[in-house]
Design a protein around this ligand. Structure first.
Ligand code: ATP
Ligand code: MG
Length: 208
């Protein structure tokens, strides 16, 4: 490559970056509204709960108050909970609630599952009305809605009426259209591949 090739490549790169910067700056300048949002992570691919708990970590890192509610309690524990719960609560205010049952296909008891979901919903409702809570994570909420443990209208109402500065993250497969519409940011995790399909067992510290 001659020096002049090099400099014209440089110039083209500079021009492209300048054009890009203008687009980004215009976007930033037009995003003026300051409020909490509703984020939905759905789809069959891996990463929904990881992304939600990662965001909880991000909020806690600034000392914001976070509530996590898990609507399907794993048969397993959860590494993030072990870590985040060990932090000093005065600096990193986290409440982590779980539904007090096993996976629903293991209990196979609709009434018990529904009662457990409703008990958890009571805590969530209080968090959604509390303006000291910056972030509420509703992990696997889609199941509680799709199984009709919770009343859809009541859930949507409580989310819509939350404090303006509060963000809510909903996760779970099979989110219905009404949830996608209620959310400001929707990401669908799509499974291109999953090790489980090749007979590889879920790994501690990776899957849970
Ligand atoms: P993660 O908790 O790893 O972020 P997730 O929340 O997106 O995953 P879920 O749909 O809640 O995934 O499934 C719970 C468990 O199933 C997790 O251990 C996850 O790793 C695993 N899993 C996720 N996607 C798949 C898949 N496509 N096939 C098999 N197992 C999966
Ligand atoms: Mg999950």
């Amino acid at each position: 490559m001659t020096p002049s090739d090099d400099s014209s490549k440089q110039q083209r790169h500079k021009k492209r970056m300048q054009a890009r910067k203008e687009i980004v700056d215009a976007g930033v300048a037009s995003a003026l509204e300051e409020r909490g949002i509703v984020i939905l992570y759905t789809g069959d691919g891996k990463g929904k709960t990881t992304a939600a708990v990662g965001t909880a970590t991000r909020a806690l890192g600034y000392g914001y108050s976070v509530v996590v509610a898990q609507f399907i309690k794993g048969a397993w524990e959860c590494g993030e909970k072990n870590l985040l719960s060990a932090l000093p609560p005065d600096r990193y205010p986290l409440q982590w609630y779980e539904m007090g049952t096993d996976f629903t296909w293991e209990t196979q008891d609709f009434e018990a599952d529904k009662a457990a979901a409703l008990a958890l919903w009571d805590r969530v409702r209080a968090a959604l009305a509390d303006d000291s809570v910056y972030l509420v994570v509703l992990d696997e909420l889609t199941y509680a809605l799709n199984y009709h443990w919770l009343d859809r209208e009541e859930v949507l109402q409580a989310i819509a009426a939350r404090p303006a500065a509060q963000t809510v993250i909903v996760t779970g497969r099979g989110a219905k259209q009404y949830l996608k519409e209620a959310a400001d940011t929707v990401t669908e995790m799509r499974a291109l591949k999953h090790a489980f399909a090749d007979g590889i067992a879920a790994r501690k510290g990776i899957e849970w």
